[in-house]
Design a binder for this molecule. Structure first.
Ligand code: ADP
Length: 485
């Protein structure tokens, strides 16, 4: 049984492999290349064949007309005998007469008929006596008696005395030459076919090499998960090299995003662990020590407040991470600095009034830029919130918006407590709070968000501060980058 089924199994496998090969792009390209190559060769041969046939026909026609003119003048000089003598002489010169010469009466009775020895039997020469001459420029075509392809082409002219002079030539020579040409064509077509298939295969193989490299890299990534694998970029500067480069940069970007997400997850879980532990500890302690309903209620309120803090913290941490890793979606639009500042000032007007802080704005005429309005409002409110928070009663906070060449500047100055020099390098870090600030509400995330959002807009933010006198935060956004990105 096994022996009977084995060949059919092999056959099925071969068929499947053949189907697979037939479906490949390489196979189709090779087929197209070879097909087009062969077709153009056949066309070239075909056109050459036609041109050759036409030129041989013209040569024969010219020869007939030339001979006709010569025999005609011979006839005019010496009559029938002179023509016969010249035919005999020409036959002797070439050792073989190559033309048929006939002189006939006006009623087409043959007076002289000279031709190569076999022609009289080979061609139906008697037809010459019966056929009417249509036009002197046209040739009479006499077939062979045995049905061969050769034809006797005969040119005719009327002599001045009314007689008819005819000169004929067989197409045999011409046919033989064309047949030889056909033979050569058939002979070279085999090697041409082989060369075109081999050339097509090599060219396709080489052209698709980068694509195979990409497929190979993708397979490696899918099977091993090694995202660090990169495709080899060909040294050429063609479309496939571009595709390989783009493919590699796409992998680069995916790796960056994945590592960004990973570090976001690590940071957020690390930063949330402390407040979550604190919340849990608080709930546990209340559960063990508190028995009165009022005390328990109070503890629950504290827990809710702490949970809210944690939720805010989570959202802010996610924002920071997204902005830092380029994953933050920015809905950029034209933003008027005046509108933005007015909106922020409206939000903090009451706070400033409560602390009797003077809130001054200065916007040089029509300063506008392109950015995510809500994110920029978040930046401005964070800086304004800090300025008001760290400025004592009776102080002053100034917001200035101006254009400096190709940059948009937003400057927030306060007359507050200022920042000690040792704190300055750390104020941008996540969850960092200055010692003096402990008494104030805050998560230590405000400036981290500011920096991350400004960087996501390709800008920068700087601080200058003198303890006891106040601080100035200067935000700079490149106008060109903002408009183009
Ligand atoms: P916080 O919630 O503590 O305000 P931020 O990230 O906004 O967190 O600020 C980090 C630290 O920078 C603050 O704790 C404070 O010490 C300092 N700081 C920020 N803005 C000012 C300011 N305008 N004046 C003085 N200190 C400031």
């Amino acid at each position: 049984m096994r022996n009977i089924f084995k060949p059919s199994g092999v056959w099925a496998m071969s068929c499947a492999a053949l189907r697979r090969i037939r479906g490949t792009l390489s196979f189709r390209l090779t087929l197209w290349y070879s097909g087009l190559f062969c077709l153009s060769t056949v066309l070239l041969f075909g056109v050459t064949y036609l041109l050759l046939a036409r030129s041989l026909q013209r040569r024969d026609y010219k020869e007939l007309r030339g001979a006709l003119t010569e025999y005609r003048s011979t006839y005019q000089r010496g009559g029938l005998t002179a023509v016969a003598a010249e035919v005999a002489e020409r036959g002797g010169q070439t050792e073989q007469l190559r033309l048929l010469v006939r002189v006939a009466t006006a009623t087409s009775t043959t007076l002289l008929l000279e031709s190569p020895p076999l022609w009289k039997r080979r061609f139906a020469v008697t037809q010459l006596e019966t056929q009417t001459i249509p036009d002197e420029k046209q040739l009479l075509r006499i077939p062979t008696t045995n049905g061969d392809e050769d034809i006797l082409e005969v040119a005719s002219v009327h002599l001045p005395d009314g007689r008819l002079l005819q000169v004929g030539k067989s197409t045999h020579e011409r046919e033989e030459l064309l047949e030889q040409f056909q033979g050569i064509f058939i002979g070279v077509m085999g090697p041409i076919l082989l060369v075109s298939v081999a050339g097509g295969t090599v060219l396709t193989w080489r052209a698709l090499h980068p694509l195979r490299g990409l497929t190979h890299t993708l397979h490696a990534i899918i099977t091993t998960g090694a995202l660090a694998t990169r495709a080899r970029v060909p040294s050429t500067e063609d479309e496939l090299a571009e595709l390989s480069r783009l493919f590699n940069s796409m992998l680069e970007r995916i790796s960056l995003l994945i590592s960004g997400m990973q570090s976001t997850l690590d940071n957020v879980s690390h930063d949330l662990r402390t407040p979550m532990t604190r919340l849990r500890g608080m709930a546990e302690m209340v559960l063990q020590t508190e028995t009165s309903e009022t005390g328990l209620r109070e503890a629950l309120v504290n827990c809710i407040e702490e949970s809210d803090r944690i939720l805010t913290m989570l959202t802010t941490l996610m924002d920071i991470s997204e902005a830092e890793h380029g994953a933050m979606k920015l809905a950029k639009e034209p933003v008027s600095a005046d509108d933005l500042i007015t909106q922020a000032v409206d939000l903090y007007h009451d706070v400033a009034e409560e602390k009797a802080i003077q809130l001054i704005t200065s916007v040089s005429s029509e300063v506008g830029f392109c950015a995510d309005r809500n994110r920029m409002l978040q930046v401005l409110t964070n800086l304004l919130d800090n300025a008001l928070k760290y400025t004592s009663t009776g102080g002053r906070v100034t917001i200035t918006a101006a254009r400096d060449g190709q940059h948009f500047l937003l400057i927030i100055t306060d007359t507050g407590v200022g920042i000690p020099p040792e704190d300055l390098p750390h104020i941008w870090d996540r969850l960092y709070r200055g010692d003096k600030s402990r008494s104030q509400r805050g998560l230590g995330l405000g400036l981290s968000v500011v920096k991350a959002i400004v960087h996501a807009h390709h800008g920068s933010v700087q601080v200058q501060s003198t303890p006891g006198s106040g601080s100035t935060f200067t935000l700079s956004l490149p106008l060109v980058a903002l408009l183009s990105s």
